[in-house]
Design a protein around this ligand. Structure first.
Ligand SMILES: Nc1ncnc2c1ncn2[C@@H]1O[C@H](COP(=O)(O)OP(=O)(O)OP(=O)(O)O)[C@@H](O)[C@H]1O
Length: 632
C-alpha cells in the first residue's frame, strides 16, 4: 500500500527512474485509500516511458563507442601484422603418393625448412599449417580478416599453389569438412546478427577467369548446361569515376541468409571448369572468384551506407606442363593460369614494396619476343588489393619429394609476396615488442566485446520494461481516449454507413476494374450469375440489419441482444470489419505463389532485375487471371 501511495503522488513522478519500472505493476493497480487523479497517473507512466526510451538511446551510444574501440584495436593489430599476410599449408600425403624415409619438408609454427640436393633452406611465414591442421583450425586464423571486411575494408583471400596441393580443399572443402568459403558465409551472417549497432545486407557474385576471359558462374542458363554459347562468357571490366572496378553485366544475387548463400555458392561452383590431369583428377582449369558485397547501414546517428568487398579466390594451380601431361586445350589452360599467376605475384610484390607503379593491367611474357598482355585477374581485383585493403595469401605445398621443384617455386612466390628475405632476421627485440603490442590490443578487443555484450543485456532488460510500460499505458488509457463516450453512442447513420459500404465499394471496384482490365477479363455469363446471387444475398442481409437498426438493437446468432448505446457494439463492429479485412489480406497472401523472391531475381550492375522463367510464375499468372474474372 505504501508503494502504491508513493507511486501515485505527482511529486514522485518526476523522480521516477527507469529502473523503478520493474516495481511498477503490469496490470492497473487497485487503489483504496489514495485519491488517484487519472491525469497525474498518466503523466507518471508517460515520464517513465520517455525515461526508458532515453536510457536505451544512451546505452546504444555506449555500445557504439565500444564497437569503435574494438574496430580500432583490430585495425591496429592488422597494421602491425601487415596488410598483406602470407600463410602456408602443407597437404597431407595422399594414398597414391610414395613416402620415403626422410621427408623433405618440415614445419614450425611460422617457418618451413626444405632439404634438397644436400642443402637446407628455410622460409618464414605469418603462419604455417602442418599436415594435420584441420579446416576449423585454418579458419580460426582467417576469421579476423573477415571481421575487418565487416568493418568496411576490402579483403582478398587467395589460395595459391601447385596443382593438386589442396587449394580447392582449403577454400571449398567437402560436406564433412567445409572450407573457408562456406565457413566465411556462415560467419558473416553470425557477425551481422550479433552486431546491433549497424545492420548488414549481403550480395554475391561468382566468376571465373578462364583462358583470359571472364565467365559469370551465376548467370541464368538453360537446362543447367555448363556453358551457354556466348552468354556472359567474355565480360568487360569497367572502372567508375570513383575508381571502383565493376564487371559489366556480372550477376549479383542478394543473399538474405546462410542457406540462400550456400545455395547460390553450390550453384556457381557446379559450373567451374575442371578437367583430369596426371596430377589431379579434378583439376581446376581457371581462377574461381567469389565476391561478397557487404552493405553496412549505420543506424540513428551514423545513418550512412558503406560498401566493402570480400573476395575469396581459388587460383588455378601453377603447373609444369610436362609433368601434368597436358596437351591441346588443357596445355593452353595451364599456360594461361601460369601467366596470370605471375602477374598477380608482380602486383603483390609491388604493393608490399610500396612501389608507386603497380602493374595491375599488364603482364610481360617471353615467347619469341616480349609481348604485352592484359591480366584480367589483377584488373578485377585492383580496388581490393591497394591501399586500405587486406590481403591474405594461403600458399599450398605438397610434402612429397617428387614435387620438390614446384614446392620451391611456390615458396619463392610466397617469399616475394612477403618481400622479406628469409636470411634477414627480424631483430628479436622488435619481434617481442610487436607481440606484446598485439597481446595488449587483443585484450582490448576482448574487453570491448565483453562490455558490448553487457550493454546488450542491459538494453534487452530496459526494452522489456519499456514494452510492458507501453502495454500498460495502452490498455489503461488508449482505448477510452480513442473511443470516448461520445463516439460510442452510435447513430443510425453510422450503422447505415457500415452496411452500405460494401455496395458502394463494389460499384467503385466495378467501375475502376472495367475501365482498367483487358477485354479477356470481362465478366462471363457464369460470373454475372454468381454476382447477381451474391448481390441478392447482400441486399437481404442489409435489410435485416436495417430493420434491426430501427428497433435499436441487433440480433446476434447466439441470441445475444445488445443495445446500440452499448459501448461494446462499436468495438465489435469495428473488430468484425477488421477481421474481414484481415481475412481478405490473408486470402490474397495465401494465393501468392510460393516462389522465393530472392532466388528469382538477379540484380545486374545497372540495377535491372532479371527474372528467371520459372514455371511457378506462369502458374501465378493463370491464378491471377482466374481471380480477377471471379471479381467481376
Ligand atoms: N588438407 C587436406 N586434407 C585432406 N585431403 C586433402 C587436403 N588437401 C588436399 N587434399 C586432397 O588432395 C586432392 C587434391 O586437392 P585439390 O583438388 O584441392 O587441389 P588443388 O590445389 O585445388 O588442385 P588444382 O589446382 O589442380 O585444382 C583432393 O583429393 C583433396 O581431397
Amino acid at each position: 500500500m505504501v508503494e502504491e501511495q508513493i507511486l501515485m503522488r505527482p511529486e514522485n513522478a518526476a523522480n521516477l527512474s527507469p529502473d523503478s519500472v520493474a516495481e511498477f505493476p503490469v496490470s492497473p493497480p487497485v487503489y483504496t485509500d489514495v485519491v488517484v487523479v487519472p491525469e497525474q497517473e498518466k503523466d507518471v507512466l508517460q515520464n517513465l516511458i520517455s525515461n526508458l526510451e532515453s536510457e536505451i538511446k544512451q546505452l546504444r551510444i555506449k555500445q557504439r563507442t565500444w564497437d569503435e574501440k574494438r574496430r580500432g584495436a583490430l585495425r591496429r593489430i592488422l597494421d602491425i601484422k601487415g596488410s598483406i599476410r602470407v600463410f602456408c599449408r602443407i597437404r597431407p600425403f595422399l594414398l597414391a603418393e610414395k613416402r620415403r624415409g626422410s621427408e623433405p619438408v618440415s614445419a614450425g609454427s611460422e617457418r618451413i625448412w626444405m632439404k634438397f640436393g644436400g642443402r637446407k633452406k628455410d622460409f618464414e611465414f605469418d603462419k604455417v599449417f602442418c599436415q594435420e591442421a584441420s579446416q576449423g583450425y585454418v579458419f580460426v586464423e582467417v576469421e579476423p580478416i573477415l571481421r575487418s571486411a565487416m568493418d568496411g575494408h576490402n579483403v582478398c583471400v587467395f589460395a595459391y599453389g601447385q596443382t593438386g596441393t589442396g587449394k580447392t580443399f582449403t577454400m571449398d572443402g567437402s560436406n564433412e569438412q567445409p572450407g573457408i568459403i562456406p565457413r566465411a558465409l556462415e560467419e558473416l551472417f553470425r557477425q551481422a546478427s550479433v552486431d546491433n549497432s549497424s545492420s548488414f545486407t549481403f550480395s554475391m557474385s561468382m566468376l571465373e577467369v578462364y583462358m583470359g576471359n571472364l565467365r559469370d558462374l551465376l548467370a541464368p542458363r538453360l537446362c543447367n548446361k555448363a556453358y551457354e554459347p556466348m552468354s556472359k562468357c567474355n565480360l568487360n571490366i569497367q572502372t567508375d569515376p570513383k575508381g571502383f572496378i565493376e564487371v559489366e553485366g556480372l550477376s549479383e544475387v542478394p543473399i538474405s541468409d546462410y542457406a540462400k548463400a550456400r545455395w547460390w555458392y553450390n550453384k556457381g561452383r557446379r559450373f567451374r571448369s575442371t578437367s583430369w590431369t596426371n596430377v589431379n583428377e579434378a583439376s581446376s582449369r581457371s581462377h574461381c572468384l567469389t565476391r561478397i558485397n557487404i552493405f553496412r547501414h549505420g543506424d540513428g546517428l551514423e545513418a550512412r551506407r558503406e560498401v566493402s568487398r570480400l573476395w575469396m579466390v581459388d587460383l588455378g594451380g601453377s603447373e609444369r606442363l610436362l609433368k601434368t601431361g597436358a596437351k591441346g586445350l588443357t596445355m593452353d589452360e595451364g599456360r594461361a593460369i601460369n601467366l596470370s599467376l605471375s602477374a598477380l605475384a608482380d602486383v603483390i610484390a609491388a604493393l608490399k614494396r610500396k612501389r608507386c607503379h603497380v602493374p595491375y593491367r599488364q603482364v610481360f611474357c617471353w615467347c619469341y619476343y616480349f609481348v604485352c598482355r592484359n591480366s584480367k585477374l589483377t584488373q578485377i581485383l585492383k580496388d581490393s588489393l591497394g591501399d586500405g585493403s587486406k590481403v591474405l595469401m594461403l600458399v599450398h605445398i605438397s610434402p612429397s619429394e617428387e614435387d620438390i621443384c614446384e614446392t620451391i617455386c611456390s615458396l619463392n612466390f610466397a617469399k616475394r609476396a612477403r618481400a622479406v628475405e628469409s636470411c634477414k632476421e627480424v631483430p628479436m627485440e622488435l619481434k617481442k615488442q610487436k607481440e606484446k603490442n598485439i597481446m595488449e590490443l587483443e585484450e582490448d578487443i576482448r574487453e570491448a566485446i565483453e562490455q558490448r555484450q553487457n550493454l546488450g543485456d542491459q538494453i534487452q532488460k530496459v526494452e522489456f520494461r519499456l514494452t510492458e510500460s507501453r502495454k500498460l499505458f495502452s490498455t489503461t488509457y488508449s482505448l477510452p481516449e480513442n473511443d470516448s463516450m461520445e463516439t460510442f453512442t452510435t447513430s443510425k447513420d453510422d450503422v447505415k454507413e457500415v452496411i452500405e459500404t460494401p455496395k458502394a465499394s463494389k460499384k467503385t471496384i466495378q467501375r475502376n476494374f472495367s475501365s482498367s482490365v483487358p477485354r479477356f477479363m470481362n465478366p462471363t455469363i457464369a460470373s454475372r450469375q454468381r454476382q447477381s446471387v451474391s448481390e441478392r444475398e447482400i441486399s437481404a442481409r442489409s435489410k435485416i440489419l436495417r430493420s434491426a437498426v430501427t428497433r435499436n438493437s441487433i440480433q446476434f446468432p447466439c441470441s445475444q441482444s445488445l443495445s446500440h448505446s452499448d459501448l461494446r457494439i462499436k468495438a465489435m463492429l469495428r473488430s468484425s470489419n477488421a477481421k474481414s479485412q484481415y481475412a481478405k489480406t490473408n486470402t490474397v497472401l495465401a494465393e501468392k505463389p510460393k516462389c522465393n523472391e530472392s532466388e528469382q531475381k538477379i540484380i545486374n550492375p545497372q540495377g535491372k532485375m532479371i527474372t528467371s522463367s520459372d514455371p511457378n510464375l506462369r502458374v501465378t499468372l493463370c491464378r491471377h487471371r482466374r481471380r480477377m474474372s471471379d471479381l467481376v
